[in-house]
Design a protein around this ligand. Structure first.
Ligand code: GLC
Length: 563
């Protein structure tokens, strides 16, 4: 692969619980991934990113890590990991693993030691323990709320059995936040990075990379109301669609939450970058940083920090031409201003799948998920049509693109999961008010006629699969030139052969407001977000997300033409 591979890479996210199950326990595993890598090589991606497979009680699907340097028996062993990475590398696929540094599991030995130790001890100093407020310390140290709902603090019982200090958890109570001002924590994570780099990983996706440092004194903070000011790159999109965006993060740096995007996080990444640079082979860091506006996200990818940051402003942009032009410009400007590639993403394991999301007509805040009580749900076919057009647009953009497992099959969000099957802590912490993220995590269909649609040898899977999975299975799509899988394969192949990832975007004038039209190298891309078919410029059609109608580009369709 060329040097600086990450600037143009198509990176495929594997959610190990739901990708492929080799041992038949209904839960995906590393051996399952190894056995299915050939399908990803055929798809034409450059790298995979694996969500956590580390030792964990699985209270937040593995984002609650009890041992950062081992594989949970649910997923296999370190030997299985070595076999998986060897197979991926042999197929020309790089491997990025997830790193969860903001918090550990409460089952981590450090947290267990902290619980057993006294207030003020070095064991407690690795986490954020504080005395409560009020006469008996019975009130939480501040008013912060967990991202998953409910308070961000939990009180512990001291060793004499009396209610004692509180610890901070920005997520579930089983996910205590580390204190990143403590050098012991920093040293530990350097060792963890080295452990996986020595095993050959090509990089890390850094979880909650905006959250590790909290403002001095942990001041009270009330986030803006949901759907409130988002400003920046995404502001126009929120206004245009009425769809509220990530509510936690405000537009102005000075007005941000005391737990997101504090300046101190950047020192940590400079330190990690220097460590990665000691290794051969261009190992990378990719930030999950939910901050806005885009120029602020760009701070994570300054030349001495990370290589990439996820472009959530793009993910949150509705299917609206004006909003898309705006966010594409803002992305190329912001990332370009620090010499970083832009990234693009439409789906991941935390958001409603874009085959559904882009067509939902009622407000649905990020993280709330969809279920039977949700309003404004689209029909499958029109939702998929729009998603295919959106993907064809995204894969023509210069930079690096992230794909989430199953989107290449056109999988929709699974709405009708039984309540008793749901597992996301969001669902439990809000008493079922928010459905959470299970609907995008349902195990993949590989063969339409096999048990669990080929996910594994057993009939059952950890989340039940809908009957629709039979017709969407990979084997049913592989040889159908009109399938979503064929569209992805075709777009990825053209993207590679025309080097679109390394290209430059030039807007094309003269199109209606509802059209996104640009040139990237020798490819012209036209996306129709409006209701009526439009004329296409002259040129050989290289790819079209739906058949053209009498040479015209229909609604919710994207075409690529030879310039
Ligand atoms: C990130 C992960 C999400 C997880 C959370 C807490 O946002 O993507 O799945 O629940 O961090 O670790």
């Amino acid at each position: 692969m060329t040097s600086e591979w990450w600037r143009t890479a198509a990176i495929y996210q594997i959610y190990p619980r739901s990708f492929a199950d080799a041992n038949g326990d209904g839960m995906g595993d590393l051996a399952g991934i190894t056995s299915r890598l050939v399908a990803l090589q055929e798809l034409g991606i450059n790298a995979i990113w694996l969500s956590p497979f580390y030792t964990s009680p699985q209270r937040d699907a593995g984002y609650d890590v009890a041992d950062y340097c081992d594989v949970d028996p649910l997923f296999g062993t370190l030997d299985d990991f070595d076999a998986m990475i060897a197979e991926a590398h042999a197929r020309g696929i790089r491997v990025i693993v997830d790193l969860v540094p903001n918090h550990s599991s409460d089952a981590h030995e450090w947290f267990q030691a902290a619980l057993a130790a006294a207030p003020g001890s070095p064991e407690r100093a690795r986490y954020l323990f504080r005395d409560g407020r009020g006469p008996d310390g019975a009130e939480a140290p501040n008013n912060w709320e967990s991202v998953f709902g409910g308070p961000a603090w939990t009180r512990v019982l001291e060793s004499d059995g009396t209610p004692g200090q509180w610890y901070l958890h920005l997520f579930d109570s089983s996910q205590p936040d580390f204190d990143w001002t403590n050098d012991e924590v920093r040293e530990e994570f350097r060792d963890i990075l080295r452990f996986w780099l020595d095993r050959g990983v090509d990089g890390f996706r850094v979880d909650v990379a905006h959250g590790m440092i909290k403002a001095e004194g942990l001041p009270d903070y009330t986030p803006p109301a949901e759907g409130g000011s988002m400003g920046g790159a995404a502001g126009v999109t929120a206004a245009a669609s009425g769809v509220p965006l990530e509510p936690e993060i405000s537009a102005e740096p000075g007005d941000s939450a005391p737990y997101w995007g504090q300046e101190g996080v950047h020192d940590i990444y400079r330190d990690w970058r220097a460590l990665l640079d000691e290794y051969p082979g261009e190992r990378i860091l990719a930030a999950e940083a939910w901050v806005d506006p885009l120029p602020r996200v760009a701070k994570w990818v300054r030349p001495d920090e990370m290589h990439q940051a996820f472009n959530f402003a793009y993910l949150e942009t509705p299917w609206n031409a004006e909003a898309l032009r705006h966010v594409i410009d803002a992305s190329l400007d912001a990332f370009g201003s620090v010499g970083a590639p832009s990234t693009w993403v439409l789906s991941n394991h935390d958001v409603v799948r874009h085959a559904t999301r882009l067509s939902v007509t009622e407000a649905n805040p990020q993280g709330h998920g969809l279920g039977p009580r949700s309003k404004g749900l689209p029909e499958y076919a029109p939702g998929l049509r729009r998603a295919r057009a959106a993907t064809a647009l995204m894969l023509a953009l210069p930079g690096s693109a992230y794909l989430y497992q199953g989107e290449e099959l056109g999988l929709p969000e699974v709405i009708h999961l039984p309540d008793d099957a749901r597992q996301d802590p969001t669902w439990f912490r809000t008493g079922g008010e928010r459905y959470g993220r299970d609907g995008c995590r349902v195990p993949l269909p590989w063969e339409g006629s096999a048990p669990s649609y080929g996910f594994g040898p057993a009939d059952a899977s950890w989340l039940p699969q809908p009957e629709q999975w039979a017709s969407l299975a990979r084997d049913r799509q592989r040889d159908d030139p009109t399938s979503t899988l064929s569209l992805y394969r075709g777009a990825l192949a053209l993207r590679r052969s025309r080097d679109l990832g390394a290209g430059a975007l030039e807007w094309l004038p003269g199109f209606a407001e509802s059209i996104v039209a640009f040139r990237n190298g020798d490819v012209v891309v036209v996306a129709n977000t409006g209701d009526a078919a439009v004329e296409l410029p002259a040129g050989e059609v290289l790819l079209s997300s739906e058949p053209l109608e009498g040479g015209m580009l229909p609604a919710d369709t994207t075409a690529w033409l030879a310039a």
